[in-house]
Design a binder for this molecule. Structure first.
Ligand code: FES
Length: 199
């Protein structure tokens, strides 16, 4: 028996929303077939946590998923990237995530790497200035905006820079670090975005 058109459209939407920079992404979204639900069910599903398979994400690669209509980036950091985070401490405005901690950085991410596990950065990809989506410039090397660039994120709207932990550089228009959403590990290879407590 063939699927209904709305069923196929919803499935396509989920796949489009979960594409990966490094190749094909397999994301088990907890929001299946939203368009076929009743309004109250749909609202609930849109706010639901999203389960993400990170097992295939190679070191150095980043994937993007959507949670509550926002882009969430998951970056698998290499040792060199973690070293770059340490080296950026003097360049960033809030190295210890002390600003708006309850709003921007959950307790388990209030550390130098801003993450529950050092190797995986999980942040909402929305600039804290006026809401543009910064572009990833993960590789170190001279850039027009910084000849000594160590890797991170560049917001082209007004030139804010963020390091590989999503920490905003000093003296930039963006006032704060990128937000770390609530998340938890279901296993080494599975993340749940949007919830950080075991039921
Ligand atoms: S929106 Fe990012 S710098 Fe203005």
């Amino acid at each position: 028996m063939s699927d209904k058109p709305e069923f196929n459209q919803a499935r396509r939407n989920i796949l489009i929303a979960t594409t990966c920079a490094g190749g094909a992404a397999t994301v088990a979204a907890a929001v299946p077939f939203v368009s076929s639900m009743l309004p109250s069910e749909r609202a609930k599903a849109i706010g639901a946590p999203v389960e993400v398979d990170i097992g295939y994400l190679a070191a150095g690669d980043m994937m993007r998923v959507e949670w509550r209509g926002q882009p969430v980036w998951i970056l698998h950091r290499t040792k060199e990237m973690l070293d770059a985070v340490k080296a950026a401490k003097e360049k960033v405005a809030d190295p210890n995530s002390e600003r708006k901690p309850s709003e921007l950085t959950p307790e388990y991410a209030r550390n130098e790497f801003r993450s529950a596990k050092p190797e995986y950065l999980v942040v909402v990809g929305i600039c804290s200035h006026l809401g543009c989506s910064p572009s990833d410039r993960l590789k170190p090397g001279p850039e027009a905006f910084d000849p000594e660039w160590k890797g991170g994120f560049y917001c082209p709207c007004h030139g804010s820079l963020f390091d590989l932990a999503g920490r905003v550089y000093k003296n930039k228009p963006a006032p704060d670090n990128l937000k770390v959403p609530p998340y938890m590990y279901l296993s080494d290879a599975k993340l749940l975005i949007g919830e950080d407590k075991k039921a």
